[in-house]
Design a protein around this ligand. Sequence first.
Ligand SMILES: NC(=O)c1ccc[n+]([C@@H]2O[C@H](COP(=O)([O-])OP(=O)(O)OC[C@H]3O[C@@H](n4cnc5c(N)ncnc54)[C@H](OP(=O)(O)O)[C@@H]3O)[C@@H](O)[C@H]2O)c1
Length: 276
Amino acid sequence: MAILVTGATGNIGRKVVDQLVLRGATDIRALTVDPAKAALPAGVEAVRGSLRRPGTLPAAFEGVDRMYLASIHHGVDEVVEFARAAGVRHIVDLSGEPDSWWGAIARAVEGSGIAWTHLWPGDFMENTGMWAQQIRATGAVREPDPGAGSTPIAMDDIAAVAAVALIEEGHRGRAYELTGPEKLSRAELVREIAAALGRTIDFVRVTPEETVRALRPAMGDNAQWYVDNVLVGLDEHTLPPNRVVEEIVGRPATTFAQWAARYATEFFGEAGSRGR
Ligand SMILES: NC(=O)c1ccc[n+]([C@@H]2O[C@H](COP(=O)([O-])OP(=O)(O)OC[C@H]3O[C@@H](n4cnc5c(N)ncnc54)[C@H](OP(=O)(O)O)[C@@H]3O)[C@@H](O)[C@H]2O)c1
């Protein structure tokens, strides 16, 4: 029986494929709109399709007993109904607490009657990529509160947890709140990025309105949502660092310094391809 990874050209989905391969899983199927772009490892079966096009799902679900469900905001009920009808027995989903922005995913998966493992991450290290445009253009990051902190997690670690939950026993019926290994202020994040790039990046304290203006070229209309829902009150809705990644994956979670050493050039360098 196959393991299906949905959103396999997405950021975390693509990493879930890699983490499954790394752990020796066989019979991995990747659902992707563009198999060429996914650049999948040898031996992984690419199925052309998308969570956004439910008509493509019955064929993709054939012979699947476990799946990684990427975060989708619309149509999740239909997706899990197709999964149930196809005989899928375990869904590992990227979602959030029932009353959160991503709670509908967790509720739909639980409502399907299929066994589930919920992955509930906090801030992603990759979210700092929203600063890439202003770092390149101005050499600075503009935000209201340099001392506000979060416990960002690397997408590689979320994907590793997803892979372990899919292939090892003992994770069904568990909701995992996933954090990085340390709480870091916004100013500390900027300092780590600067250190990894070997350059100076200023932190400029501005109003929330100016923060939205600074982020708009990179994020468009999402800038306002981000400032209102994530940045304002960041300390209060940040989970303290926990050891869930380490307990499940069997190695310490990636620190932000390690993440920056690996990805800063890709995200924030002059010729970077990933940051926004
Ligand atoms: N605490 C958190 O920050 C938190 C918690 C849970 C979830 N999330 C969400 O997780 C996502 C980040 O993960 P990621 O970077 O791996 O995601 P991503 O690459 O943006 O998307 C993953 C896949 O989900 C599908 N998808 C994306 N947007 C969709 C939409 N509007 N409607 C239907 N399907 C959609 C696509 O699948 P197809 O290729 O099949 O179309 C895509 O490949 C963000 O969307 C974030 O909001 C965040």
